[in-house]
Design a protein around this ligand. Structure first.
Ligand code: FES
Ligand code: MG
Length: 569
């Protein structure tokens, strides 16, 4: 070996500093030869009991360690902030960038040569990737893996997706509160992430398509013994990657992002993938914009999983998982290097499908042209998005009157009022839920259908906001309107009774109010007082970029790959 390993700048020194770095590590029982110059592999773990989706990661870390030792490396596990999507208020998204900072600075400050990222729940995967990309040491992902299929009264039920359905059924008087409560324990019955194609499984699938994990990482259930074996193999592989000096910047190319966008369309992936991919692209310096997502818009929906279809991640795994989808997309995939130091084609070679109702062939899809659509117009000059695979086709081309909620409190207080002046055709508009406004851009864009309409059988309406929605959610929901209301976007100026035109086929989102009137409204407009005036949340509000730029903090864009040379003592 010619170049001195990074870790040797810590553990290879024969002076006071080397003594300090080694001696204190030895209190854990590591022998001398652990410091002999072998690759030191950090295992960056987001395990937490408050992130139930990541509760299996302590076990998986042991699998990674076996592989690292076997390959002649030295594994060291370290914790980073964990983001429990279902547990954190006001939204885990507020903290994605904080996790990314934690990951980045932990990797940079410690004497490691490569990193295994253990994540799973929605924001943990992008947060870890963003942080790792900004240091650019060899890195590879092992995901939590999905929970076993939910079961209730003999039927499969899906994380999130069926919560939204059951909750509407209770409001419509079609389900008792007792049945609703009973479904809780059946929905989440093993370790792992949401077993619908929500954001967690979407991001794990995209990680696989971008070549940042070993093949099959996305779909193997959390409790499947093969996931433990995958962790072991990943531990072996990262040691080789360090010797090959194979870094995120070698893998996360424009082509890799394009492959992710194509796959996202075919799996019916989460709208949240858009903000996460944009933010990650910003870290690695890939020129990706919302327009770049249009390459997915003609790709058909192949994976028949909730929320766009009917099956769950266990079924997707047993049908063959991401490798089968990649092989269906073969004519479209871009050449791109992966963690195997081979082209992405190595990730799907020989893939076989074992259930054609779960993963459909390209020429017999679940839905044609299913990729996310980008909408633009005076209501979203910098763009908004909609997910046609989870929407009602007829609503995607509409012109109708708006009913406006000024903020989330306004919505909660009034949505179920019997005299709410709305019909099934009304377009519901919600303001104040963007990155700066809430803050953190929560998953409230799939506003509930007003109770009176639910009782009449209405199950979908057009909804427009600067919020996100859960990857498990469905409906004709226009999201990520940019600029957001709190940043003075046109959204802030919409009033109840205004007409709005939506056309997914033409990519339009127009507020049909003349410019003079809009100018007059703007002259009157004032942003809301910020909800936080100190701490991280203030830093976030002051520096967060808009959704069309991935909602990263402005000063975190890019990377710094320099070695830290100054010692601590
Ligand atoms: Fe954690 Fe869905 S809430 S993965
Ligand atoms: Mg979510």
């Amino acid at each position: 070996m010619t170049k001195k390993r990074r870790s040797q700048h810590w553990y290879g020194k024969l002076d006071k500093d080397g003594f300090i770095h080694r001696s204190w590590m030895k209190n854990q029982g590591f022998p001398d030869h652990a410091f002999d110059g072998r690759p030191i592999i950090g295992i960056c773990n987001t395990w937490s009991e408050l992130t139930p989706c990541n509760s299996g990661l302590r076990d998986l870390a042991e699998g990674v360690k076996r592989g690292v030792w076997e390959a002649g490396g030295f594994p060291v596990e370290f914790p980073v902030m964990s983001l429990g999507e279902t547990q954190m208020k006001p939204t885990a998204m507020l903290f994605r960038n904080l996790l990314a900072m934690d990951v980045e600075e932990s990797i940079r400050a410690y004497g490691i040569d490569g990193v295994v990222l253990l994540g799973g729940c929605d924001k943990t995967t992008p947060g870890q990737l963003m942080g790792a990309a900004s240091v650019d040491l060899p890195s590879i992902v092992v995901s939590s893996g999905p929970m076993l299929n939910g079961k209730y009264r003999g039927q499969d039920i899906g994380s999130g997706t069926d919560v939204w359905k059951f909750s509407e059924a209770v409001r419509a008087g079609e389900m008792t509160l007792q049945d609703f409560m009973n479904a809780e324990s059946g929905m989440s019955r093993s370790a792992g992430v949401c077993m619908t194609m929500g954001t967690a499984s979407t991001m794990a699938s995209l990680v696989e398509a971008m070549g940042m994990s070993l093949p099959t990482n996305a779909a193997l259930p959390a409790v499947d013994a093969r996931r433990m074996a995958l962790a072991h193999l990943t531990g072996k592989r990262i040691v080789e990657m360090v010797d090959e000096d194979l870094k995120p910047s070698d893998i996360l190319t424009k082509e890799a992002f394009e492959n992710a966008i194509l796959l996202n369309a075919a799996v019916g992936g989460s709208t949240n993938a858009v903000v996460h991919l944009l933010a990650l692209a910003g870290r690695v310096g890939v020129d990706l914009t919302l327009k770049g997502f249009e390459i997915g818009s003609e790709i058909p929906l192949l994976v028949n999983c909730m929320p766009s279809g009917k099956y769950l991640m266990e079924d997707f795994c047993y049908a063959g998982g991401v490798p089968v989808v990649l092989s269906e997309l073969k004519p479209f995939l871009r050449p791109a290097k992966t963690v195997l130091n081979k082209d992405i084609s190595a990730h799907y070679e020989g893939a076989e499908c074992f259930n054609r109702d779960v993963i459909r062939p390209f020429d017999d899809p679940v839905k044609p042209a299913a990729g996310l659509r980008v909408l633009r117009g005076n209501l979203a000059p910098n763009g908004a998005i909609v997910k046609p695979s989870a929407a009602t086709d007829a609503l995607l081309e509409t012109e109708a009157e708006a009913y406006v909620f000024e903020n989330i409190e306004d919505l909660k207080a009034n949505i179920d009022r019997d005299d709410l002046p709305v019909t099934a055709e009304t377009i519901l508009v919600l303001k104040g839920c963007g990155p700066k406004g809430y803050p953190g851009m929560p998953e409230v864009g799939n506003m509930p259908i007003p109770a009176r309409l639910v009782k009449e059988g209405v199950r979908d309406m057009i909804r427009i906001s600067d919020a996100r929605m859960s990857g498990t959610a469905f409906g004709t929901v226009i999201l990520h309107v940019s600029p957001e209301a709190q940043a003075g976007g046109t959204l802030a100026l919409v009033k109840t009774g205004d007409r709005i035109r939506v056309s997914a086929s033409k990519g339009e989102l127009e507020l049909l109010v003349d410019q003079k009137e809009l100018d007059a409204r703007r002259a009157e407009w004032q942003p809301d007082a910020p909800h936080y005036t100190r701490g991280y949340a203030k830093l976030y509000i002051d520096h967060v970029l808009q959704a069309d730029q991935g909602a990263d903090l402005d000063f975190l864009v890019g990377k710094d790959t320099r070695l830290v040379t100054r010692e601590s003592h």
